[in-house]
Design a protein around this ligand. Structure first.
Ligand SMILES: [Zn+2]
Length: 456
């Protein structure tokens, strides 16, 4: 029966029935009854949620898919589903759409999406001088509630904070490998492993977990949301362990004495060197009027984490991502690995195209894997820091490729085309590999290695 035939039976224009058929208009109850009569079916049949056939179900699904922004973003012309469109084509469309929808909405991301989200987050942090007042306030309220006064946080104080929110802590040995903690929301029980996981001590992990609840986080909408929540929870943990009120005062006094140092902050608040250096960036601009930068890199110079608001030009790829890029060979974070005592703070002035900087780098001996943590500041601020009297001064011309990103010409002329390195896979989710003929491989290192061993 065509729309015109049905229209004639019920006394409506075919165009009006078309609107009903396509779900663009809701019919009145009286019209439903008239239509049911004309079609010789009970009125209930027209109201059933269940499509009458697989074919009808597919037609409806494709129709609905074409209204979803995920689908319209593809910019395809509207597909009118006539009787000639085979059902297996519709099956394909629905399956493809379902997968498209799933990929767009899950809270994980491709490395590309992750890097974009990360770059966006870094921009937001930079704008605020890496200082988030609402989280500082949330942390201060927690500390006030349990009567914190000064210095490092005791385990007892920490458990009071957790208990204040009705949570209790249990240490277990069989926590899934892929998580830092698991929280049973029904019994308000936080499960932890009684040992540090990578760079995170149990108390940091406990506070990060609690941070999600204190800051009112919901299930992440997408990867960017997931990333923002993680940064906020980490910030909360640091703001509790290194409280703004006491640490701010401590740092202001150290600045007056021209004796600012990350080591002292670490020792006074009993946190890791990495947390102390990162926390310094939260407080430096807001409390001390200093701009600064923070970099975490491995021995091969690959950056895992970075922040700057002092104009330092960090290596970045086309999407603006810094993680996974390799830093200049002349920077402190790389040279600390070659210094006689890599576990002592290493100080250096570096002249760069963006100006001169003073840095302190440190390889934390407590970590199984070697990471250098660098805190730096423009030359004019160095006078407030311990270690400013260093005579180590390097020149970096990066990102100019002649500085260090390309192998020196003498080495290259000997080894280009004559080396076949097999790259080690990076496990870090955010480190997209630096580009090169062999992704992830530092050719200068390879050439130097070959050169050294050729003479053996
Ligand atoms: Zn360089």
């Amino acid at each position: 029966m065509t729309l015109a035939e049905l229209g004639a039976k019920v006394g409506r224009a075919p165009s009006a029935l078309s609107l009903l058929e396509n779900g663009r208009r809701e019919p009145k109850l009286s019209l439903i009854e008239t239509l049911a009569g004309a079609l010789s079916v009970p009125a209930g049949e027209l109201l059933r949620q269940q499509p009458p056939s697989r074919r009808a179900q597919l037609e409806i699904a494709v129709e609905e898919a074409q209204r979803d922004p995920v689908y319209t973003d593809l910019g395809l012309p509207y597909l009118k589903i006539g009787a000639r469109v085979p059902s297996d084509v519709l099956e394909h469309l629905v399956a493809l759409y379902t997968e498209l929808r799933r990929q767009r909405t899950r809270p994980t991301a491709t490395p590309e999406e992750a890097r974009l989200a990360n770059a966006e987050l870094r921009r937001a942090m930079r704008e605020r001088g890496n200082y988030f007042e609402p989280i500082e306030q949330a942390a201060a309220e927690e500390l006030d509630a349990v009567g914190y006064r000064a210095g490092a946080l005791s385990q007892g104080t920490l458990l009071s904070i957790v208990g204040h929110h009705g949570f209790s802590v249990r240490y277990v040995q069989d926590l899934p490998r892929s998580v830092r903690s698991v929280t049973d929301l029904r019994h308000r029980q936080i499960y932890l492993k009684q040992e540090s996981v990578g760079a995170h001590s149990p108390r940091t992990i406990l506070l990060q977990t609690l941070g999600h609840f204190v800051l009112g986080h919901d299930t992440p909408r997408d990867f960017a949301d997931f990333l923002r929540q993680r940064v906020e929870a980490n910030y909360f943990a640091a703001a509790v362990l290194v409280p703004e009120r006491t640490a701010g005062r401590y740092l202001r006094e150290a600045k007056l004495a021209r004796d600012l140092s990350v080591e002292d902050l670490r020792d006074v608040f009993a946190v890791s060197y990495e947390m102390a250096a990162h926390r310094f960036t939260n407080l430096a601009t807001h409390h001390l009027g200093l701009t600064c930068h923070f970099v975490k890199n491995d021995e091969s110079g690959v950056i895992y984490k970075a922040y700057e608001n002092d104009g330092l030009v960090l290596p970045r790829d086309a999407s603006g991502a810094i993680e996974g890029q390799r830093m200049c060979r002349k920077w402190a974070g790389r040279l600390v690995f070659t210094s006689a005592d890599r576990f002592s703070p290493y100080h250096q002035y570096t002249d760069t195209p963006a100006g001169a900087f003073w840095c302190v780098s440190h390889v934390d001996p407590a970590r199984e894997r070697g990471f250098a943590i660098t805190l730096g500041t423009p030359y004019e601020h160095s006078r407030w820091f311990r270690g400013r009297d260093t005579v180590t001064r390097m020149a970096s011309r990066c990102p100019d490729g002649e500085c260090c990103q390309r192998p020196p010409s003498t080495l290259a002329s000997r080894w280009e085309g004559m080396a076949w390195p097999s790259a080690r896979a990076h496990s870090h989710i955010l480190s997209a590999l630096p580009t090169g003929s062999f992704p992830g491989v530092d050719e200068t290192d390879v050439y130097e290695f070959l050169d050294r061993h050729e003479r053996d």
